[in-house]
Write a protein that binds this ligand. Structure first.
Ligand SMILES: [Cu+2]
Length: 482
């Protein structure tokens, strides 16, 4: 009896919650009222079945409750009952499926006057592409995708030249104009979803998926990625601004065309030598410590060429080619004031040094542009003359620059995190597995190039350390075991 009462209460609460509850669909802002209708029908059918099953259970609980003088009938087969059940279920399923198929057919049957709009998804953001005056989106090819051509547009295709590129997560659309959304993904599955438009679809790497809708309400609506796509998924959001034609046209005219973007690139782009340097700086791990807009551990490269810097011995030096070359080959000879002596020496050829300097010069610009970047708060360096209190493992790792590439809290950086590293199984690029015991950790620090962990670039520099320092770092990593 108690169970019957509880079931009746659950049943009443569900019905009350459905009508009085706080969770409604957001107001519709597209032509897809049919989708709301389909959702309504599905809810009606499943709701009715839910009520019927609950009421039958309550009825059966009361009517057939236990009595010592009663036994169950043996009735293994009841043709009539089975026919009824099968027939009713079939009707329910058809009632849900038919409207769904009918509406889906509409969603993928794009009207001729719809404006093609491409949404490009990547971890973790959106970019868009709109056709120019010709109304046609230019041809693309995944092989052409690069930093300079993020959509992989074919530079030889005449219809591609006037395509408008929207390299920001805010897309504007014209009110009451049908849109043919074409979805692409650069990396993994994503899903383009604007709740108010009711439609959503997966973006699948390597293919273009598409559907259409007409925005019917002016305003701003959030775009969400509705397919879990990695740690940044929660932040993969964008905005659709639906506005009348005049305002929309104004916005569209401000977006660069593909031809304009290519031209701007050819005018400001780096020379081939500087590009070589850019590649090298990434491969060698310089960017783990240096940067332009912000610089994690070493001095910023913004405006570095020709800059006058003060060294720890009080002298000031102008950063010419010779100084820069020496800073890379023998960084310990002159230490920039405010920084620790943690940069490892790099044994590079003259050509490589030349490329790196060209990169700093061209990308970093003239010293006048330089916004001095505040040096990070690096405490003692092991080589400084200050009376040396014994450093803790964390201070040492900080002072030696390890923390520019390794985290201690599990977050992803250039190198593997140290959290939980000790005694775990490591897979090397050779395919071998090694257990990260004290001996392995020591080897990883002293000769980083010998055993390289799979999934990471071989950029870890051999940092010069004393025997005590190596021991302290190994102990510190072991303390981060869990
Ligand atoms: Cu995503």
């Amino acid at each position: 009896m108690a169970i019957a009462i509880v079931l009746v209460l659950i049943l009443l609460a569900s019905v009350v919650f459905h009508f009085a509850g706080p969770w409604d669909l957001p107001p519709l802002a597209s032509n897809w009222g049919d989708i709301d209708l389909t959702i309504g029908i599905t809810l009606l059918v499943t709701g009715a079945v839910f009520l019927a099953v609950m009421i039958f259970t309550v009825y059966a609980l009361i009517k057939f409750r236990y009595r010592p003088d009663r036994t169950a009938d043996y009735e293994p087969e009841n043709k009539k009952l089975e026919l009824w059940l099968t027939g009713l279920s079939a009707v329910g399923i058809v009632a849900m499926l038919a409207p769904g198929l009918y509406v889906y057919n509409d969603v993928v049957s794009v009207p001729d006057d719809a404006l093609p709009v491409e949404a490009m998804a990547k971890q973790w953001g959106w970019a868009f592409r709109l056709p120019g005056a010709d109304g046609v989106l230019g041809k693309t090819d995944v092989k052409l995708i690069s930093a300079d051509n993020p959509y992989g547009l074919d530079p030889l295709d005449p219809t591609a030249q006037d395509d408008r590129l929207v390299l920001s997560p805010t897309l504007h659309l014209e009110l009451d104009k049908p849109v043919h959304a074409q979805l692409r993904s650069l990396d993994v599955l994503h899903n383009f979803y604007v709740p108010q438009f009711r439609t959503k679809m997966d973006a699948v790497p390597g293919i273009v998926s598409s559907f259409w809708f007409t925005p019917t309400v002016a305003g701003e609506f959030e775009i969400l990625c509705a397919e879990y796509c990695g740690v940044g998924h929660y932040n993969m959001r964008g905005m659709v601004v639906v506005q009348p034609q005049a305002e929309y046209d104004l916005w569209l005219a401000q977006q660069p065309t593909f031809a304009e973007a290519q031209l701007a690139l050819s005018q400001t782009s780096l020379s081939p030598l500087a590009r070589e340097g850019e590649k090298l700086a990434t491969e060698q791990g310089c960017m783990g410590c240096h940067g332009f807009a912000s610089s994690p551990l070493g001095p910023s490269w913004q405006g570095i060429y020709g800059r006058e810097g003060v060294m720890t011995d009080g002298t000031s030096v102008v950063a010419d080619e010779a100084y820069l070359a020496q800073s890379i080959r023998e960084p310990a000879v002159q230490i920039v004031q405010g920084y620790a002596n943690v940069m490892p020496p790099y044994d590079l050829t003259d050509e490589q040094i030349g490329a790196l300097i060209a990169y700093m010069k061209e990308k970093g610009g003239a010293p006048m542009d330089a916004e001095p970047v505040a040096p990070p708060p690096v405490t003692g360096s092991a080589d400084s003359a200050a009376p040396s209190a014994p450093l803790t493992g964390l201070d040492l790792a900080q002072a030696k620059g390890c923390l520019a590439c390794h985290s201690v809290d599990g977050s992803a950086m250039i190198g593997p995190t140290w959290q939980g590293l000790a005694d775990s199984e490591r897979v090397l690029i050779t395919g071998e597995t090694v257990v990260a015991d004290a001996e392995y950790l020591r080897r990883a620090i002293v000769e980083p190039a010998v055993e390289v962990v799979e999934g990471y670039p071989p950029v870890m520099p051999p940092v010069s350390l004393s025997e005590e320092e190596i021991q302290a770092l190994v102990t510190f990593i072991q303390e981060l075991k869990d």
